[in-house]
Design a protein around this ligand. Structure first.
Ligand SMILES: [Zn+2]
Ligand SMILES: [Zn+2]
Length: 183
């Protein structure tokens, strides 16, 4: 099988550009002190620093043959997997996508993208509750999506919550915030 070599320091790193396995095709590998190590891990480890447990070295620009330092970054194994899964998803055709996720999830995905699904979703968005209220805190008019909403914004929600809390625990409030003017 065809081989390509890169020699770094005294180590020879090899890859197999025609291999059926992606790992063998795109990663240069050497055995260092009896341990298999990829070139990008070696470069990162010796020029930047230790790779923490559970972390891997990722090629930022997506080109696994570009082992320049500014193309390498450590990233947790799980984050790395999901990153590449997303990439694979983007490139995959319908058959491959179907194999990548559980059947139920895939059916939902197909439905969401169908004419009928898109129509139903947009209807649902249109019919979502929108009501006019006067905010209990700032007394301004507001349009809300939630039937139970009584305040206009996150800020007013926090003010309201603190008022309720103050009423419920007046002694605690006095002790800790007694010198603050309540809103
Ligand atoms: Zn990667
Ligand atoms: Zn308000």
């Amino acid at each position: 099988m065809e081989k390509e070599y890169i020699t770094t320091d005294e180590y020879i790193f090899t890859r197999y550009p025609n291999s059926s396995k992606r790992n063998h095709r795109v990663y240069y590998v050497s055995f260092i002190d009896g341990k298999r190590e990829t070139l990008h891990h070696y470069i990162y480890r010796t020029q930047i620093g230790r790779i923490p447990n559970g972390f891997v070295v990722h090629h930022i620009n997506g080109n696994p043959l570009d082992n320049s330092l500014n193309n390498l970054d450590v990233i947790s194994r799980s984050e790395h997997q999901s990153l590449h899964a997303k990439e694979m998803w983007k490139k995959a055709d319908k058959d491959k996508r179907q194999r990548m996720i559980p059947k139920e999830t895939f059916n939902k995905y197909v439905w969401h993208r169908s004419k009928k699904g898109r129509k139903q979703l947009s209807e649902r968005a249109k019919n979502q509750y929108r009501g006019k209220i006067i905010c209990e805190v700032c007394r301004k008019k507001a349009i809300v999506k939630n039937v139970e909403a009584v305040v206009c914004s996150l800020k007013c929600r926090r003010v309201r919550a603190s008022r309720i809390w103050r009423k419920k625990y007046p002694d605690y409030w006095k002790e800790h915030y007694g010198n603050l003017k309540g809103k």
